[in-house]
Design a protein around this ligand. Sequence first.
Ligand SMILES: *[C@@H]1O[C@H](CO)[C@@H](O)[C@H](O)[C@H]1NC(C)=O
Ligand SMILES: *[C@@H]1O[C@H](CO)[C@@H](O)[C@H](O)[C@H]1NC(C)=O
Ligand SMILES: *[C@@H]1O[C@H](CO)[C@@H](O)[C@H](O)[C@H]1NC(C)=O
Ligand SMILES: *[C@@H]1O[C@H](CO)[C@@H](O)[C@H](O)[C@H]1NC(C)=O
Ligand SMILES: *[C@@H]1O[C@H](CO)[C@@H](O)[C@H](O)[C@H]1NC(C)=O
Ligand SMILES: *[C@@H]1O[C@H](CO)[C@@H](O)[C@H](O)[C@H]1NC(C)=O
Ligand SMILES: *[C@@H]1O[C@H](CO)[C@@H](O)[C@H](O)[C@H]1NC(C)=O
Ligand SMILES: *[C@@H]1O[C@H](CO)[C@@H](O)[C@H](O)[C@H]1NC(C)=O
Ligand SMILES: *[C@@H]1O[C@H](CO)[C@@H](O)[C@H](O)[C@H]1NC(C)=O
Ligand SMILES: *[C@@H]1O[C@H](CO)[C@@H](O)[C@H](O)[C@H]1NC(C)=O
Ligand SMILES: *[C@@H]1O[C@H](CO)[C@@H](O)[C@H](O)[C@H]1NC(C)=O
Ligand SMILES: *[C@@H]1O[C@H](CO)[C@@H](O)[C@H](O)[C@H]1NC(C)=O
Length: 503
Amino acid sequence: MKLELGGFAVALTLGTAVHAQCPDYTTYSQSPQGNASTGPLALPYMRPDPACRTFNSSAVEQVIADMKARLKDPDLARLFENTFPNTLDTTVRYFNSTENLAFIITGDITAQWLRDTGNQFAQYRPLLSKDKELATLVKAVINNEARYVSEYPYCGAFQPPPESGLAPSYNAYATDVTVQPPVNNQTVFECKYELDSLCAFIKLSRSYYQETNDSSIMNDQWFTAINQILTVIEEQSQASFDENWNWVSYYNWTGNAGALSPAVTNAGAGEPRGSNGLVGTHHRPSDDLSIFAFLTPANAMLSVELNYLAEILDDAGKMPNISQAAKNYSQTIEAAVWNHTLVDNIFAYETNGLGSRYVMDDANVPSLLSLPYLGFLNTSHPAYVATRQVILSRNNPYYAQGKNFRGVGGPHVDAWNPWPMSQISAIFGTDNDDEIVNSLYLIANNTAGLGLIHESMNIYDESQYTRQWFAWANSYFSEMLLDLAQRKPELIFTNGTSYTPGQ
Ligand SMILES: *[C@@H]1O[C@H](CO)[C@@H](O)[C@H](O)[C@H]1NC(C)=O
Ligand SMILES: *[C@@H]1O[C@H](CO)[C@@H](O)[C@H](O)[C@H]1NC(C)=O
Ligand SMILES: *[C@@H]1O[C@H](CO)[C@@H](O)[C@H](O)[C@H]1NC(C)=O
Ligand SMILES: *[C@@H]1O[C@H](CO)[C@@H](O)[C@H](O)[C@H]1NC(C)=O
Ligand SMILES: *[C@@H]1O[C@H](CO)[C@@H](O)[C@H](O)[C@H]1NC(C)=O
Ligand SMILES: *[C@@H]1O[C@H](CO)[C@@H](O)[C@H](O)[C@H]1NC(C)=O
Ligand SMILES: *[C@@H]1O[C@H](CO)[C@@H](O)[C@H](O)[C@H]1NC(C)=O
Ligand SMILES: *[C@@H]1O[C@H](CO)[C@@H](O)[C@H](O)[C@H]1NC(C)=O
Ligand SMILES: *[C@@H]1O[C@H](CO)[C@@H](O)[C@H](O)[C@H]1NC(C)=O
Ligand SMILES: *[C@@H]1O[C@H](CO)[C@@H](O)[C@H](O)[C@H]1NC(C)=O
Ligand SMILES: *[C@@H]1O[C@H](CO)[C@@H](O)[C@H](O)[C@H]1NC(C)=O
Ligand SMILES: *[C@@H]1O[C@H](CO)[C@@H](O)[C@H](O)[C@H]1NC(C)=O
């Protein structure tokens, strides 16, 4: 998710810090802090003081030491050192293992987004079988999210659990909005229906299980959440109109200016759509309003994740009926992506099941550029190669290129502020060494001298960026470097030996 340019109307809870004397990282991350790295970029050390970190892991520290010993460019080493621990250093606002609850903020916004959280922990995956306490934290995140999803499957951003004693955050963007089914703002921070939020919950759950074999996450509440997800999928597979042109609406969102999204057409239900096996969404992973309901990358991610869901249920010997339904939807959705979103090998970003398509891409993951990262296809697939070429060109309305930076942005910020995240997705999506190195240094060169990954970056002016504290972007960058450590060690290491965390 992301915050509007300069839009700090979202209340930031005081006392981000563990101790009273700890600086608020919102402020801390706005200026260079510790020593500079010894490379040409001279990037500052930006980790908070150890006493102010929100979770400690010796396994994480070991990975940092291992990577620093291997990376040949001290600037990349500094970026890894700052970004890899950022989620644990700064965003664990509450954790109680007895209650099996954890509350994780996005960074500068004091709310837990299903999508952000899943991504914020992705780079720690290889450590879950090595660090018991870290695994317990992730399990508590999953359990907290199972509670959210079981109650509000159409929502994507949430308030702290009451057990934490933390006050809910006031969200100025949600006050003028009415959502159906209705939500309680003591639990829900914002209720935009974004299909990929549900995928993120499944991905975090199955990744945890795949690493630990711990089926205790699959409690009654978790199954209620999974059943809710299947219900949403069924509801959102329906066409907008029945045979008599009555609206078939399961969710609607009405609001006015200040709601961080334009008013939604058709009494909050959005643009009409047909039915062809794809699953509708209402807002995008950027939290912007969808033009057409069938978001290709979210459906691609859903087909991948439902298949994994079936796999872990089968492996754990639980709920064969849910496994069967998940497999079924996965196949239907995958076939529909191939049958209904592709023309001349180019994927549309959005379609409506009635013949309309929108060829573009947005920086937020899931995106078309990230299809290989999502596991939907591999980098050499002709449809990906052709689509990637369109995405990284003027034919994508949200691609931009200036003397300073280039990449994919989106309407969330604006067309000439692409996101570093898009260059990370681009790296995951190619085996070409020159392209990888180029994207890597587009990112490294453009941190405004702060050594952290920001949301968007101006194509002409490297001092202009949005969101100084965006944990997901930091996590995604470090996950990408760990991927290169195995896939392309010769590009980044002093020698060509690959590296796997925790081994
Ligand atoms: C940082 O710089 C100070 C001097 O400015 C030095 O005393 C200290 O050892 C340096 N720390 C690291 C980790 O390099
Ligand atoms: C992390 O370790 C430091 C000591 O290095 C300690 O001061 C701090 O309280 C620890 N943080 C947590 C959340 O346990
Ligand atoms: C965790 O929650 C349990 C049950 O509510 C409580 O007894 C315990 O004091 C909590 N632990 C911490 C460290 O707050
Ligand atoms: C919840 O909504 C009520 C009514 O609009 C408002 O007064 C209150 O400030 C909101 N609380 C939060 C935490 O947003
Ligand atoms: C809005 O959603 C509610 C169900 O949650 C439904 O009763 C109502 O008819 C919907 N309105 C429209 C215009 O779709
Ligand atoms: C999980 O189970 C698989 C297959 O039984 C096994 O290969 C793997 O080592 C187990 N992982 C852990 C962390 O126990
Ligand atoms: C699966 O079966 C359980 C009972 O064993 C039932 O509660 C649940 O609703 C079923 N789910 C689906 C998706 O069929
Ligand atoms: C599989 O999906 C199709 C349509 O999407 C449906 O008709 C069928 O009943 C489903 N089968 C199972 C076992 O869920
Ligand atoms: C997709 O196309 C294949 C043939 O290429 C067909 O068998 C299948 O039924 C189609 N699926 C959908 C959902 O239209
Ligand atoms: C790409 O994926 C297909 C399966 O979808 C697989 O058969 C093929 O080997 C993969 N190619 C590469 C280069 O990994
Ligand atoms: C990064 O900056 C260096 C100069 O510091 C420059 O040589 C290099 O071409 C830049 N790389 C990219 C991809 O912009
Ligand atoms: C490459 O570096 C790693 C880590 O520093 C080291 O363990 C390994 O022996 C080195 N390999 C060669 C061939 O130098």
